[in-house]
Design a protein around this ligand. Structure first.
Ligand code: XMP
Length: 513
């Protein structure tokens, strides 16, 4: 790819992905690499700028991450953030000291005065709030550097050697708490590195399509399509690149949300690829009959899924390429720069062992989730699929507590569809990160008309989260909940009580099973 490239060198900081995201928000392509990346490899990438991330260590410890200091002599602009700034100081002969005295360490929102005559802070407000998080501090900057920002405790909150284009900030410009952080990064990228911002989804799509065509030639590719955002966008991209040379297998396990199987089929059946939908609902339900234990349900579904996929793949015969919807966070989390680890990270675990293929294609492996969505939109993918909220592989099986029957599946599908419809009507569908209904196995007494009922309790769940590792329950307005409740008990059979789940994760999980 011939995009301008900015390199983010990871020293183990918790915000490494966030820095990369921010750079890309400035329409500049960037990659995160380990600080261990050999200098020759870095030179070959020809980056326009390099950002050193933060990290948990102290630079003066023996086993702290350190780069070959030749990186600072390449003439490439560098911005060191937190530990990255301290590494700059260490490497160039300044002094870092541990803040034994609590009056010298800083954590949280901090007032900082910045020197707006520096290109890093050009056009910004002089007095600003930044996010600090450090135990060590810079007590003396290297020769050639000067302070370009300070807080009450920290004389070198930001420093620069403008001539060599080396910059360091003790705070984190990538987090939203640093009020002007986005613009500071923008200044570094455009005013210091000279980037123009040529990274767009159109250009990504064009390049990816060209690369896929060159790679696949007249070979055959296979994709396991789940209907999730990643596999759907991968499918659309491959469809544009190689059309009928691609076969998509969509295993409909009958535990999708209402109409979802048909929506997936409608989005891809006419896209020029060989689209195979396997309606395996009865097969899955018969395997699940009478099973109540959540882990057992998951295991049965996982195994059956692979079996169905394998049977279908065998019918197609030899394929050259298996397409995976791996995305960039998976790549980063799998171990930076370690190709062996990255390869084993798949969305559909286990499939490669069962299918005879030559190579894996991962066309989204450099994209973040929202970039995958933007690519989907660029490629004309159905909005419903582009904005689909996460849906667990085992589907509604883990949202029906206790044993699963076809009737319960239908009940939950109907109730869940109403909940989703009303959330969309209220304009909340893109702000609540995940929301769904759960059919509990609890029944209670109710009254309808003049008669007694003894029916199921349905639970509603809505969460706000950025990473799905922790989550807070969403504060859905009462009038929306009321509408949902009234509609469900009136329109869906077998439900006479609705509760809203107000636990966060932890201690609860997002799903109920
Ligand atoms: P929990 O319930 O662990 O869920 O808080 C976190 C996120 O993961 C999704 N999830 C799954 N996704 N296969 C998946 O592809 C699964 O087996 C699975 N289980 C949970 C869940 O929907 C939430 O977004």
């Amino acid at each position: 790819m011939s995009h301008e490239l900015v390199l983010v060198l990871d020293f183990g900081g918790q915000y490494n992905q966030l820095i990369a995201r921010r750079v890309r928000e400035h329409k500049i392509y960037c990659e995160v690499k380990s600080y261990k990346t050999p200098i020759e490899e870095i030179k070959a990438m020809n980056p326009k700028g390099i950002i050193f991330t933060g990290g948990p260590n102290s630079v003066y410890l023996d086993d702290s991450p350190r780069m070959d200091r030749e990186i600072l002599e390449l003439g490439i602009p560098v911005l060191g953030i937190c530990y990255g700034a301290q590494f700059l100081v260490y490497a160039l002969g300044g002094v870092i000291e541990p803040a034994h005295d609590a009056s010298l360490s800083e954590y949280g929102k901090t007032e900082c005065e910045i020197d707006t005559s520096s290109p890093l802070f050009d056009g910004l407000e002089k007095n600003t709030i930044v996010w600090m998080s450090h135990n060590d501090y810079i007590s003396k900057v290297p020769d050639g550097f000067k302070s370009i920002g300070h807080s009450v405790k920290c004389p070198y909150g930001a420093m620069a050697d403008e001539e060599r284009k080396l910059y360091g900030v003790q705070f984190h410009p990538e987090v939203n708490h640093t009020v002007q952080g986005f613009d500071m990064l923008g200044n570094f990228l455009t005013k210091i590195c000279g980037c123009r911002g040529d990274w767009t989804m159109e250009s990504y799509a064009e390049t990816a399509i060209r690369d896929i065509r060159a790679k696949v030639g007249d070979g055959k590719a296979l994709l396991a399509l789940s209907g999730g955002v990643d596999s759907s966008v991968a499918c659309k991209l491959l469809a544009k690149a190689i059309g009928s040379q691609l076969t998509c297998i969509f295993v409909d396990h009958g535990l999708m949300r209402k109409n979802e199987g048909d929506e997936v089929e409608a989005a891809f059946a006419d896209s020029g690829v060989n689209f195979v939908r396997v309606n395996a609902g009865e097969r899955f339900l018969s395997k699940l009959a009478g099973v109540e234990e959540p882990e057992r349900k998951r295991k049965i579904i996982g195994e059956e899924f692979i079996r169905v996929f394998e049977e279908e793949a065998k019918k197609i015969g030899k394929v050259d390429y298996l397409v995976q919807g791996t995305i960039y966070p998976d790549v980063i989390e799998s171990g930076l720069g370690d190709a062996a680890v990255i390869k084993s990270h798949h969305n559909v675990g286990g499939l490669p062992d069962y299918v005879d293929f030559k190579e894996i294609i991962e066309p989204l492996r450099l994209l973040f989730k929202d970039e995958v969505r933007a690519l989907g939109t660029t490629l004309g993918l159905d909005e419903k699929l582009v904005w689909r909220q996460p849906f667990p592989g085992p589907g509604l099986a883990i949202r029906i507590i206790g044993d699963i029957t076809p009737e319960k599946v239908a009940t939950l599908q109907d109730a869940d569809a109403i909940f989703r419809e009303e959330i969309a009507n209220a304009g909340l569908d893109r702000s609540i990160n995940q929301y769904f209904a759960v059919l509990t196995n609890m029944r209670s007494v109710g009254v309808m008309g003049d008669g007694r009922t003894y029916d199921y309790t349905l639970a509603l769940r809505g969460v706000s989260t950025s990473d799905f590792m922790t989550a807070d329950f969403s504060r859905i307005p009462y009038d929306v909940l009321e509408k949902v409740s009234v509609r469900i008990v009136n329109e869906v059979k077998n439900i006479n009580r609705i509760v809203y789940d107000i636990t966060s994760k932890p201690p609860a999980t997002i799903e109920w099973e």
